[in-house]
Design a binder for this molecule. Structure first.
Ligand code: BES
Ligand code: ZN
Ligand code: ZN
Length: 478
């Protein structure tokens, strides 16, 4: 789908359909809609769509009146959803060319970018393995925003949404087509396309570095592990800060010897969504060029049971030297992240953000609406929260008090890899904190938000691509 910006007057814009937001309490009488408004059929409630054929006084073939809700509650996040839902609605009716009218009150930079994002995100379908030739596609989406700088905002939105869709594409791939080696290939290809440096560490290199926690998880699988490193360096750095983005890349999580129930296990192909988000974020950053050095670290493994698999009770040593008793082999994400966090710090990262589908417990705590956010540093936490707010990727701060450490006690090693029944998302985060140590760090538990079990009007079922936009904004705002 091509995103364009036009300054033509609304009535002259050629399109299969022109989307016009309608607000509650502001009655729409243009396009021949007066009677529908009077009859209460067009009220402006969010999600309400009214398709007018051969509308009055405009060139477009159709006008889609799109409920936008109350004007005082209308933020970029609402327009993003509106644009996405409208694209999905019109696509189902085989409309090929779409335009969106902006209300002059809501046409600033953030609104223009959000509209472009919403259209591209709504257009994405995880259907690459469906072979029918009945797939519907939209050719173009025109933003009718007669304002200086609109083209630039639309371009930023396009870069962000395409990066987010790129991440969604990686997560959509099933585990037989997205092994750790495949993930490394995808990262290398992206990096060479966008001029980033990419290095892939193999099992032997990781063994040399002492990454015993990561390698313990990997040893049960025939698929060799990798640690993907993608580097972006600014031409003129604004500071000495170096942001490390660490993403969990478990290409399939069976649970290992502590095997998961078979029901729903197919979903565990999305256990690399944190890693995919980091690759997506780097793709956007390569184009948007922030003034801060950013390096992504993506440990990739497949968590399998088998004769070589690690056993409950095994003790491994992480790269930092800390020893870990593996009580549950299904708590593997924290093990691979421990080594990646230590490696990122040794490589000079001064600030860290990790994203991981880490715990079922975060889904119990926050449902599918909010990312669980944990941090060892208030300033870093506030940076990420501010970015997430601007991007409409909701995140909720969770506690990490020191006495949670007691939950991770092991009789035989420095730490246990599980903390018992209660506070599972917190003890998982606390485990990571033991490896972030003093480096300002934020952990994002995206287990509940990286995947939609049911599609939304504005987004297809499957991977959401969270938190790509927040990560990019953290770097851009540095
Ligand atoms: N990948 C899972 C977490 C997960 C659960 C992601 C549901 C998405 C949806 C993780 O590796 C895991 O298995 N965690 C365990 C930890 C437990 C053994 C302490 C969990 O949450 O049950
Ligand atoms: Zn697991
Ligand atoms: Zn997992």
């Amino acid at each position: 789908m091509q995103i364009t910006v036009t300054t033509q007057p609304l009535e002259n814009v050629p399109a299969g359909a022109l989307i016009v937001p309608v607000f509650e309490g502001k009655s729409e009488t243009r396009f021949g809609a007066a009677k529908l408004t009077e009859a209460g059929e067009v009220s402006g409630k969010p999600g309400e769509f009214t398709l007018l054929h051969h509308p009055d006084a405009v060139k477009a073939d159709r006008v889609l009146l799109a409920g936008a809700g109350k004007p005082e509650k209308f933020e970029p996040a609402e327009l993003r959803k509106l644009a996405g839902a409208a694209v999905r609605h019109l696509k189902s009716k085989s409309v090929k060319t779409i335009a969106l009218a902006f209300d002059s009150e809501f046409a600033g930079e953030e609104f223009v970018a959000a509209a472009a994002e919403g259209a591209l995100l709504g257009d994405y379908e995880p259907d690459r393995y469906k072979t029918g030739n009945d797939k519907k596609t939209v050719d173009s989406f025109a933003l009718v925003a007669g304002r200086d700088g609109a083209a630039q905002s639309a371009e930023r939105g396009r870069i962000l949404a395409e990066a987010q869709n790129f991440a969604r594409g990686l997560v959509t791939e099933p585990a037989n087509r997205m092994t750790p080696a495949n993930m490394a290939d995808a990262a290398r290809a992206m990096a060479s396309e966008y001029g980033l440096n990419c290095e892939v560490l193999d099992r032997e290199q990781m063994a040399q570095l002492g990454m015993g926690a990561l390698l313990g998880v990997a040893q049960g699988s025939a698929e060799p592990p990798v640690l993907i490193v993608i580097r972006y360096r600014p031409a003129q750095p604004a500071s000495d800060a170096h942001l490390g983005l660490v993403g969990k890349g478990v290409t399939f999580d069976t649970g290992g010897i502590s095997i998961k129930p078979s029901e729903g296990m197919e979903k565990m192909k999305y256990d690399m969504a944190g890693g995919a988000a980091m690759i997506g974020a780097m793709r956007a950053l390569a184009q948007l060029k922030p003034a801060i050095a950013v390096t992504a670290y993506i440990p990739c493994v497949e968590n399998m049971p088998g004769s070589r698999a690690q056993r409950p009770g095994d003790i491994v040593a992480a790269m930092s030297g800390k020893t870990i008793e593996v009580i549950n082999t299904d708590a593997e994400g924290r093990l691979i992240l421990a080594d990646a966090l230590v490696y990122a710090r040794r490589q000079g990262c001064t600030h860290l953000v990790d994203a991981a589908t880490l715990t079922g417990a975060i889904v119990v705590a926050l449902g599918h609406l909010q990312v669980g956010l944990f941090s060892n540093n208030d300033e870093m936490r506030d940076r990420v929260l501010a970015a997430s707010k601007s991007e409409g990727e909701r995140m909720w701060p969770m506690p990490l008090d020191d006495d949670y450490k007691e939950y991770l006690k092991s009789a035989f090693a420095d730490l246990s890899n599980v903390g018992g029944r209660w506070g599972g998302a917190i003890t998982a985060a606390y485990f990571l904190k033991e490896f972030a140590e003093e480096t300002p760090w934020v952990h994002l538990d995206i287990a509940g938000t990286a995947w939609l079990d049911e599609g939304k009007p504005y987004l297809a079922k499957g991977p959401t691509g969270l938190p790509v936009r927040t990560l990019v904004r953290v770097a851009m705002n540095w």
